[in-house]
Write a protein that binds this ligand. Structure first.
Ligand SMILES: Cc1cc2nc3c(=O)[nH]c(=O)nc-3n(C[C@H](O)[C@H](O)[C@H](O)COP(=O)(O)OP(=O)(O)OC[C@H]3O[C@@H](n4cnc5c(N)ncnc54)[C@H](O)[C@@H]3O)c2cc1C
Length: 455
C-alpha cells in the first residue's frame, strides 16, 4: 500500500488525508498541536473548562467542498443553516436579509430594497455595481476601491454595503483588496444560486467537529494521527522527499508527502535549495491580516438575535451562543482586518466592544460581565491584495512526491475553510495523477451540482 505523510492537521491536511485514505492510501497525519482543526478550532478556557472557539467560523452555501468534507466525516448535523441574516445599525434598527422564492439573481432583490441603512439612490448604485461586477472577467484584479468608485459607488455605499460584506468575508479592508475575490464573494454568494448566501454556523464549539464522528471515520479508513509532534525538516534527495525529521528527533518515511502548514511556516521546513525555488519562494510575498474576537460571558441574555451583522460599528458580527453553562450567556463579537486597531491593545478593544453592545442592546446595561477574553490572531489569513494569486502555487510541487495544501495555495478561493478543503482535495488530485490514477476529487460548484431551489 502506498504511504502518504500529511504535515498539518488543519482542514487542508484533513481533507487531503480523507481523499487519499478513501482511495486506498495508507495515511499518517502529523500535527504539531495536541488537537486537530488548525485555525478553525477551539481551546479549553482555563477559567471554565469550556471549549471556546479562538474565533467563531461561518461558511456559506457556496462552500461545496467544505460541505462534502463535513458530510464525509459525519459532522454535517453539527452545523445549522441560517437562511435569514440580521443587519443592525447603531440606532438599533434592523433589516432582515432573506431570499424570496424567485430564481437567482432576483431572489435577494427585495431584501436589498428593504435595507434600511441605504437610501433609495444608494440601492440603485449598488444594483449598478452588481451589473458591472457581472460584466467583469473573473480574473481581473485591479484595486477594488478605485474600481468601485469608477462604477457608481460612493464612500457611503462602500462603507455601508460593499465593506460590510467584504471585510468579514475576505478579512481585509476595501482600500487594500483586489477586485477578483470581492467579485467572487458577490457572484458566488449572492448572484449565481439561491443557496449561495445561506450562512452555515456550527451549533457546537469548532473543536467538537474533530472528535468522535471524524476520528471514527479516519480510524475506519486506517488513518494514523500523530498529534503534539512537530515536523522540523523535509529532507530531500535528487529523486524527491526521502523522509521527515521531527523536532523530537524521530523520522517518518512515506512514498508521498503533503505539506499542509500555514504559509508563514512553509519555507522554514524546506531544505534551502527548495525554499529558493521560485515555486515556493513566492510564498514569502503573502501578507498576513489579523482578526480579533471579543468573548463575553454575561449573567443574562441581552438579545434574542442568534447573530447580527453590524453596520457602521466597530464590531462586524455578533454571535449569540445563548446559555452555555447555568446562568452564563455567551456572546462573541468578531472584528475582521484589525491591522489598524493593533495600537489600541486587546483591553481597549474589549471595552469599546462592550460599550458598543450597550448601545445596540439596551438589556446590556443590566447585564453583569462574568468573564471576558479578547483574542487577536495576527496571521489569521493572507491578505487578498490585487494580484495576490501570483504568489499562490498550485498543489503539485516541482518535487515529484510532494504536494502542498493550505488556504494560501492556488484554489481560486480566498483564505477560508472552503479554500482549505479545496486545496486538500486538489493536493490529493495531484498525487493521484502522479500515481497514474487521475481522478477529479474537487466537488462541483453549487450551480453545477443542484438545480435552483433544491436544498
Ligand atoms: C480568527 C479567524 C477567523 C476565521 N474565520 C473564518 C470564517 O468565519 N470562515 C472561514 O471560512 N474561514 C475563516 N477563517 C480562515 C480559516 O480558519 C482558514 O482558512 C482555514 O482553517 C485554514 O486551514 P489550513 O488547513 O489551510 O491551515 P491551518 O488551519 O493553519 O492548519 C495548518 C496546521 O499545520 C500545523 N502545523 C504547523 N507547523 C507544523 C509542523 N512543523 N509540524 C506539524 N504540523 C504543523 C498547525 O498546527 C495547523 O494545525 C478564519 C481564520 C481565523 C484565524
Amino acid at each position: 500500500m502506498a504511504r502518504v505523510a500529511v504535515i498539518g492537521g488543519g482542514l487542508a491536511g484533513l481533507a487531503a488525508a480523507a481523499a487519499l485514505a478513501a482511495r486506498g492510501f495508507g495515511v499518517t497525519v502529523v500535527e504539531s498541536r495536541r488537537r486537530l482543526g488548525g485555525r478553525a478550532s477551539s481551546f479549553p478556557d482555563p477559567a471554565s473548562g469550556q471549549l471556546v472557539d479562538a474565533c467563531q467560523h461561518a461558511s456559506m452555501g457556496c462552500c461545496t467542498n467544505l460541505d462534502h468534507f463535513f458530510a464525509t466525516v459525519g459532522v454535517s448535523g453539527l452545523l445549522a443553516r441560517q437562511p435569514k441574516l440580521n443587519f443592525v445599525t447603531p440606532d438599533r434598527r434592523k433589516s432582515v436579509f432573506k431570499a424570496d422564492p424567485w430564481p437567482a439573481p432576483l431572489h435577494l432583490g427585495r431584501a436589498l430594497l428593504g435595507a434600511h441603512y441605504l437610501t433609495p439612490a444608494e440601492k440603485v448604485r449598488v444594483g449598478l455595481g452588481f451589473a458591472a461586477l457581472l460584466r467583469e472577467s473573473p480574473d481581473a484584479d485591479p484595486p477594488l476601491k478605485d474600481w468601485l468608485l469608477r462604477h457608481h459607488q460612493t464612500e457611503r455605499t462602500i462603507a455601508r454595503f460593499w465593506g460590510v460584506v467584504l471585510v468579514s468575508a475576505l478579512n481585509e479592508t476595501v482600500d487594500r483588496l483586489g477586485l477578483k475575490y470581492a467579485r467572487k464573494v458577490f457572484v458566488d454568494g449572492f448572484l449565481r444560486h439561491r443557496d449561495g448566501f445561506v450562512v452555515h454556523l456550527p451549533t457546537v464549539p469548532l473543536g467538537r467537529l474533530y472528535s468522535d464522528e471524524l476520528r471514527g471515520w479516519f480510524a475506519r479508513h486506517g488513518v494514523e494521527f500523530r498529534e503534539g509532534v512537530a515536523v522540523r525538516d523535509l529532507v530531500s534527495t535528487r529523486s524527491g522527499i526521502s523522509h521527515l525529521t521531527m523536532r523530537d528527533g524521530t523520522t517518518i518515511t512515506a512514498d508521498w508527502y503533503v505539506l499542509a502548514v500555514p504559509f508563514e511556516r512553509v519555507l522554514d521546513l524546506l531544505p534551502g535549495e527548495l525554499a529558493a525555488d521560485p515555486y515556493f519562494a513566492g510564498v514569502a510575498n503573502l501578507e498576513p491580516s489579523p482578526i480579533t474576537s471579543v468573548h463575553l460571558w454575561l449573567d443574562r441574555p441581552v438579545t434574542p438575535l442568534q447573530h447580527a451583522v453590524l453596520v457602521d460599528c466597530l464590531g462586524h458580527w455578533v454571535f449569540n451562543r445563548g446559555e452555555v453553562a447555568p446562568g452564563e450567556f455567551y456572546l462573541q463579537v468578531v472584528i475582521s482586518a484589525t491591522r489598524d486597531l493593533s495600537a489600541l491593545g486587546n483591553d481597549e478593544i474589549g471595552s469599546r466592544v462592550a460599550a458598543e453592545l450597550g448601545r445596540l442592546f439596551p438589556e446590556m446595561a443590566r447585564a453583569r460581565v462574568l468573564r471576558s477574553k479578547v483574542v487577536t490572531e495576527r496571521t489569521a489569513t493572507f491578505s487578498a491584495v490585487p494580484g495576490v494569486d501570483r504568489w499562490r502555487p498550485p498543489q503539485g510541487s516541482p518535487v515529484p512526491n510532494l504536494a502542498v495544501a493550505g488556504d494560501w495555495t492556488a484554489t481560486g478561493w480566498p483564505a477560508t475553510m472552503e479554500g482549505a478543503v479545496r486545496s486538500g482535495y486538489l493536493a490529493a488530485e495531484a498525487i493521484l495523477t502522479r500515481a497514474g490514477r487521475p481522478e477529479r476529487v474537487v466537488r462541483p460548484e453549487l450551480w453545477e451540482a443542484r438545480s435552483p431551489g433544491e436544498p
